[in-house]
Design a protein around this ligand. Structure first.
Ligand SMILES: [Fe+2]
Ligand SMILES: [Fe+2]
Length: 334
């Protein structure tokens, strides 16, 4: 049987578990938080006072902080790219079944999207109310990013895509959590809480995607190992890899944003390595036996990779020069 067909078989076999994954890792609409729970209630008497408080507190936050918060928000706002990508993965069929029910995998993608959609929404409203950033420039960046799409090197392969999402959900958990901690330290309680609660969603999503991979390992260990190896060898790129400002070329803003995140300690190369170690441990890569020769080599590569990457990271200095973004200029806070 061709490899793709085996992947389809495995996706089909796991399908019966997907409703359980939705129940276990996602939260029903009526029980989950909504962005307005974390923002001033503008229908209420105190709404405008709370907005003033946000604006006052926001003055304490520095340049790199705003750059990172903006880029995190824009990354979340490019959700249409991620949903359409996942809907196209082998085994995810968005047609309803003959009985009118959703295909379990596409139901997962939709429900995951529904949760994710609240992240950009919440951060966008906060940034707008803060008065510290140029919203029009940010909105143009978001539109560009959706226009430009991304290329994460997974193709339509479910195995590679679930490695990617496992990795990314934990990366976003870490970065939102750190931004929240920085905000809290500067007395921005509302923003601190918002980032922290978003980080909580990312953690549940991470736990779900790593479970998908673990389940695939039970069915097709050698191919799953090779897919993991392939993704780590080409490196996990960020979903906002093509980030740009208005009037600038594709991807030009990404590196400057990434440097700001490293300077703040919000997301560093060491976090990347930590994520890899966590995935290796959760999937028990070291204990994996009965692999093909090629998959065994892939396993050995993955086991050695964290140390190898640490040695390289130790030698790389983080650029200290701040780049001026259109998103945050004209605010006198440089
Ligand atoms: Fe998110
Ligand atoms: Fe996420």
């Amino acid at each position: 049987m061709a490899l793709e067909n085996i992947r389809l078989e495995v996706m089909k076999t796991i399908e019966s578990k997907v409703d359980g994954f939705i129940d276990q890792y996602l939260i029903p609409v009526d029980d989950i938080w909504q962005p307005t729970d974390l923002l001033p209630n503008l229908q209420g008497e105190e709404g405008l006072e709370n907005v003033k408080q946000i604006r006052e507190e926001a003055k304490e936050l520095g340049y790199d902080f705003w750059v990172v918060l903006v880029a995190d928000m824009v990354t979340e706002e490019a959700l249409p790219t991620y949903e359409s990508w996942l809907m196209d993965v082998e085994g995810v069929d968005q047609q309803r079944r003959a009985d009118g029910e959703q295909n379990p995998w596409s139901k997962w993608v939709r429900h995951w999207t529904g949760e994710e959609n609240r992240h950009g929404d919440a951060l966008n409203k906060y940034l707008y109310l803060s008065g510290r950033v140029n919203m029009r420039e940010i909105e143009k960046t978001t539109q560009h990013l959706i226009n430009d799409g991304f290329d994460i090197g997974t193709g339509r392969d479910p195995y590679k895509n679930f490695v990617y999402t496992s990795f990314q959900e934990l990366a976003t958990n870490i970065s939102h959590k750190r931004v929240g901690q920085l905000a809290k330290k500067k007395g921005n309680k509302m923003l601190g809480k918002m980032c922290n609660i978003i980080a909580g969603d990312e953690m549940r999503h991470y736990m779900a995607y790593r479970e998908f991979v673990k389940t695939i390992f039970e069915h097709d260990p050698s191919e799953m190992m090779l897919a993991f190896h392939d993704m780590m060898k080409k490196k996990i790129v960020m979903p906002a890899q093509f980030l740009r400002e208005s009037g600038e070329g594709i991807a030009q803003a990404f590196e400057n944003f990434s440097n700001a995140a490293q300077r703040l300690g919000v997301y560093t190369t060491y976090d990347y390595i930590e994520i890899l170690k966590k995935l290796n441990a959760y999937w028990e890569i070291d204990k994996m036996r009965a692999l093909t020769d090629e998959a065994e080599k892939a396993r050995d590569y993955l086991m050695k990779l964290p140390d190898r990457m640490t040695r390289i990271a130790d030698r790389i200095a983080i650029p200290q020069d701040q780049y001026t973004f259109k998103w945050v200029e004209n605010n006198g806070i440089i």
